[in-house]
Design a protein around this ligand. Structure first.
Ligand code: TYM
Length: 332
């Protein structure tokens, strides 16, 4: 690899990707790919922390890969791979488990939220999830981790664990910085704009999927919850409108204030339609390309196999160093 800095990020194959995943993560990855050595993973090990149908998991894993490529991540410029293909992730996660405290893991809001939804069957995997995420990142001497706002806390923990390990032994891991963009880092639910858009939401009108058809997208935006103020404005009292302004601005790069000015004197109906149209046009080529790629499993296989080979080489080197530092006897 060249002297460019390294990026690592990943998405769980736990259902179709949402507009939140796209605007909060993938769209930024595409714009960063020229200036960094980038490694993008489909984190299937993370996805089984809550129950998954094996057949769905297999399908979703390939679909995330297809969406990465369809969104513009060039497989020749980025390492694209499936987490379970590189066993160093699970191995380093165990070591890091021994450097993470129960107290800090208990404070993770994603754990608290997800355990509320799975009360009665909270797995140890769900609890240990953040140390696996730290392993993902630290294996590649990652400098930058582009994610949405909801991953900030996990990233802080990865930094703490890296520093703890480095202090206990000697500098081993790069300490990664978060990259969280100003606009689009938290796309909100269309039905409850005070909470994050999420594919695990029970109400399918609350999220836009990358493979939603134009009619679905239009219908969902037309039904989006707004407010009774009636004037398009960018303020916390109008979370639904604010969310749509962010969505348009993130996609078109038109400053929010200009959009607000364009709507002076107009109602919400036109504004919702414009938001839907902007999203439809942004997602149309991605959906079409992803559909094509999903029919070419051989091509996808070639990408994830070569990705895993490249990732493995880097990951093994780090893991060897870590094993040596903690005092394991080398096999060779
Ligand atoms: P996951 O799979 O929930 O989401 C993937 C990425 O999408 C972002 N995102 C959002 N951004 C803006 N608005 C939203 N509504 C929204 N919903 C999701 C997330 O912030 C994330 O960037 N733990 C991670 C996966 C992971 C990972 C890693 C990420 C595992 N290992 C290593 C980075 C580095 C997760 O559950 O993301």
């Amino acid at each position: 690899m060249t002297e460019k800095k390294t990026i690592f990020s990943g998405i769980q194959p736990s259902g179709g990707l949402t507009l939140g995943n796209y605007l909060g993560a993938i769209k930024n990855w595409v714009s960063l790919q020229e200036s960094y050595n980038s490694i993008y993973c489909i984190v299937d090990l993370h996805a089984i922390t809550v129950p998954k149908e094996p057949k769905d998991l297999r399908h979703n894993t390939l679909e995330v890969l297809a969406n990465y490529i369809a969104s513009g991540l060039d497989p020749d410029k980025n390492i694209l791979f499936i987490q379970s293909h590189v066993s160093a992730h699970a191995e380093l996660a165990w070591i890091l488990d021994c450097f993470a405290y129960i107290g800090e893991l208990s404070r993770m809001t994603q754990f608290k939220d997800k355990s509320k939804k799975n009360e009665g069957n909270i797995t140890a995997g769900l609890f240990n999830y953040p140390t696996l995420m730290a392993a993902d990142i630290l294996l590649y001497n990652t400098d930058l981790v582009p994610v949405g706002e909801d991953q900030r806390q996990h990233l802080e923990l990865s930094r703490d664990i890296a520093q703890r390990f480095n202090n206990r032994f000697s500098p081993t891991f790069a300490v990664p910085e978060p990259y969280i963009s100003k606009v689009g880092a938290k796309v909100m639910s269309l039905q409850d704009p005070t909470s994050k858009m999420s594919k695990s939401d029970d109400n399918e009108n609350s999220y836009i999927l990358l493979n939603d058809k134009p009619d679905d997208i239009m219908r969902k935006f037309k039904r989006a919850v707004t407010d009774s103020i009636g004037v398009v404005g960018y303020q916390d009292e109008q979370p639904g409108i604010k969310n749509m302004l962010d969505i348009i601005s993130k996609i078109t790069e038109e400053p929010v204030q200009r959009i607000v000015d364009r709507y002076s004197g107009k109602g919400y109906a036109d504004f919702k339609v414009e938001t839907a149209e902007v999203v439809i046009e942004e997602l149309r080529p991605i959906r079409e390309e992803a559909e094509k790629l999903m029919k070419d499993k051989e091509y996808l296989q070639k990408i994830y196999q070569s990705g895993a080979e490249k990732a493995e080489e880097i990951a093994r080197k780090t893991l060897r160093k870590v094993y040596k530092k903690v005092g394991f006897v080398p096999r060779y």
